[in-house]
Design a binder for this molecule. Structure first.
Ligand SMILES: Nc1ncnc2c1ncn2[C@@H]1O[C@H](COP(=O)(O)OP(=O)(O)OP(=O)(O)O)[C@@H](O)[C@H]1O
Length: 230
């Protein structure tokens, strides 16, 4: 569950958000959609980085995101693919399992299953620095699933993934949602947003945020996008 209330954010004299609010429920997959440069990453940063916004309140599972304990309630995969480069995949994933205080035996089993599914099992002892873009994306996504956090927040998670990995990620996200969790990810592909997501969160051209619940099809979302976002 994520609540954003009366969010204000500027970069210097450039105002991005003025009094933005939205409410996201468990058991749902949310797509975050809007034109380039409108503020999608800024919104995801506000949710996950408590001191990145100027005013307002964000809470995750009812916990103010400025409190330390909130960190166990979400996992964020940002758009940067240049993190933890000096660790091997295995070292990084073990670090996440410990940081999120997961049961090591259960998490190790899950790690094995995920690495075979994503075809990373033979590369886990290589440095992340030497991974391709898609391999980096996969290892950060594996970390998200291993964290046990009940809210996954992902910046363009399908970028760089081959079609097989896209299918695996979709399956994992559906399982994760069906276990009662929340997924929020930014995406430019309206077809995927229409056919895969439960809700679509639009940032419109005035940088106001609104939702379409249970989108019917691509045409509906395309019409909303071109009338309100462009
Ligand atoms: N650190 C920063 N300093 C100054 N301006 C910034 C900074 N980060 C983002 N911006 C500006 O804020 C606006 C929103 O950027 P943001 O990255 O949130 O957009 P986005 O919707 O995620 O874009 P895209 O779809 O291209 O990834 C843009 O105009 C961008 O130039």
């Amino acid at each position: 569950m994520i609540e954003v209330n009366n969010l204000f954010k500027s970069y210097g004299d450039k105002t991005i958000f003025e009094d933005v609010s939205c409410s996201l429920k468990n058991h749902r997959i949310y797509a975050l959609v809007g034109i380039n440069g409108i503020g999608k990453s800024t919104l995801l940063n506000a949710i996950t980085q408590p001191f990145s916004f100027d005013r307002g309140k964000v809470s995750i599972d009812g916990i103010n995101n400025r409190l330390f304990e909130v960190k166990f309630h979400f996992f964020y995969v940002p758009d940067s693919k240049e993190m933890f480069l000096n660790l091997t995949g295995a070292e990084y994933l073990k670090f996440i399992i410990q940081l999120y205080r997961q049961d090591e035996k259960i998490a190790e089993e899950k790690l094995k299953r995920l690495s075979v599914m994503f075809k990373l099992d033979r590369s886990l002892n290589e440095y992340i620095a030497n991974y391709s873009l898609g391999m980096k994306q996969k290892v950060y996504l594996m970390a998200a699933f291993l964290s046990g956090a009940s809210n996954l927040i992902l910046d363009e998670p399908f970028n760089g993934l081959d079609p097989e990995s896209v299918a695996i990620l979709k399956k994992m996200l559906l399982e994760y949602r069906d276990a009662g969790n929340l997924v929020l990810f930014s995406i430019h592909n309206l077809d995927l947003a229409a056919n895969f997501c439960d809700n679509v969160l639009f940032v419109d051209r005035e940088r106001k945020v609104f939702q379409v619940e249970n989108p019917r099809n691509f045409n509906e979302l395309e019409t909303v996008f071109f009338t309100q976002c462009v």
